[in-house]
Design a protein around this ligand. Structure first.
Ligand SMILES: NC(=O)c1ccc[n+]([C@@H]2O[C@H](COP(=O)([O-])OP(=O)(O)OC[C@H]3O[C@@H](n4cnc5c(N)ncnc54)[C@H](O)[C@@H]3O)[C@@H](O)[C@H]2O)c1
Length: 393
């Protein structure tokens, strides 16, 4: 891929932004994550936030008031997109998962660049439809997987790309939490645990990050077959909900997605991917990420809660002068005042829009991430291995 992210990381000390023309941006879906998009946009000298849209009446107005701003607000995305006075260049789509595809498609058809939150979509079919419209539109569509901007993740990517592991044949990835279902934020509506808003649970929410850590470095090999498993023993347990400080005893009745998922995936190039992810399980971690190659192995320590980075030093297992050795690659901590991963996600998206370059997190890679998530769910529902069918776009 044209590595916008790499260029950004290498040049961030000296990068100058041409602010002579401002990008006119709107926020679609003004819930939780929209706040971090706003904080990052407000740091950019070449951005003007001109509108916002949320289907809940009054929510967009309240959201912008938190930032001391008054901008045009809508409850209907079609209406916002039809308002030519806004002269929009791009939107951040921060809606819940089930509304990713419909909102991205509308915005692309309206001729706008789109930064779409993760996971890409819920189903393969939606992802393919978004990609067809993206292709017709010629606009930039980038997926909001900001852990890719983390320096440790970039180190993982570069190790995998360097060839130091030889031929990679086995990946164990995943991770997650012992107790960490995003049940409910106090006083807010719940959108992570319902079928009609989230569609995927831990699998989509943090599974997409976990897959990206390794598959990005390996050039996103195509998935060929998938055996998947999902369960929801914790989310549906009234006793679990008792523990959830901000949840409430009745929430288990609303829980309709997975809180644990596993998959065994054959990837192109004779690579096996062994994946597991959890919002809740009875162990400290479902495992570090490990990558095995013919010349070396890499251990990527898991974090106990996905925060977009690694949980400790990387360890490279290899041979030097015929001896088995381990090289410790120290975890990198961000410098004080450095741009956050979300700042970088926003900046690299803006740069791609302005320069007409490839999206920093492009759909032709994340399609394979989405296929794995979707086929794990479909295989779990079918109770058998499925062959991945990827139609032409
Ligand atoms: N990248 C990250 O670090 C990160 C972190 C949290 C969440 N997310 C992702 O962001 C998305 C949103 O999560 P959230 O926590 O902000 O959820 P949320 O429920 O707090 O916010 C979503 C908002 O979208 C609105 N909405 C839904 N459909 C709409 C439509 N058609 N038009 C306009 N508004 C619409 C809802 O009313 C709601 O206010 C999810 O897909 C989630 O996976 C990403």
């Amino acid at each position: 891929m044209a590595d916008n992210l790499n260029a950004f990381m290498e040049n961030q000390e000296v990068q100058e932004v041409n602010a002579s023309k401002k990008m006119r941006i709107a926020i679609v879906g003004t819930g939780g994550i929209a706040h971090s998009h706003m904080h990052a946009y407000l740091k950019q000298p070449d951005v003007e936030i001109v509108a916002g849209c949320d289907i809940v009446p009054g929510k967009a107005e309240e959201f912008f008031a938190e930032f001391g701003m008054t901008v045009k607000c809508y409850t209907d995305l079609d209406e916002m997109l039809a308002d030519e006075t806004l002269a929009l260049d791009a939107v951040s789509v921060c809606t819940y998962n089930r509304q990713h595809a419909p909102c991205a498609i509308k915005a692309l058809r309206a001729g706008l660049h789109v930064l779409l939150e993760k996971p890409f979509t819920v189903t393969t079919e939606e992802a393919l439809e978004v990609m067809r419209v993206e292709k017709e539109s010629g606009k930039v569509l980038s997926i909001g997987i900001q852990p890719r901007c983390d320096e440790n993740m970039i180190m993982v990517r570069d190790i995998l790309r360097s060839g130091v592991l030889g031929k990679v044949y086995y990946i164990q990835t995943g991770g997650g939490r012992r107790r960490g279902i995003p049940m409910k934020q106090l006083g807010k509506t719940q959108t992570f645990i319902n079928e009609d808003t989230a569609g995927l649970g831990a699998l989509g929410d943090i599974g997409c990050y976990s897959l990206d850590v390794v598959l990005n470095g390996l050039g996103y090999p195509k998935p060929l077959t998938v055996t998947g498993y999902t369960s929801a023993y914790f989310g549906t347990d009234p006793n679990y909900c008792r523990y959830v400080e901000m949840g409430g005893p009745e929430l288990y009745k609303e829980f309709q997605v997975d809180d644990f998922a596993a998959g065994f995936v054959r990837l192109e190039g004779d690579i096996i991917l062994d994946f597991r992810i959890s919002w809740a399980c009875n162990i400290d971690t479902p495992g570090d990420t490990i990558v095995l190659g013919t010349k070396g192995g890499l251990r990527i320590p898991s974090t106990n809660c996905w925060n977009g980075t690694i949980g400790g030093d990387l360890v490279l297992y290899h041979e030097v002068a015929g001896k088995q050795v381990e090289t410790v690659i120290p975890q990198i901590f961000p410098k004080k005042g450095a741009p956050s991963n979300v700042d970088k996600k926003i900046r690299t998206f803006l740069d791609a829009c302005k320069n007409g370059t490839k999206a920093p997190v492009p759909t032709d890679q994340i399609l394979y991430n989405q296929l794995i998530l979707d086929y794990i769910k479909k295989s779990a529902d079918a109770g058998r291995e499925l062959v991945v069918d990827i139609p032409e776009i």
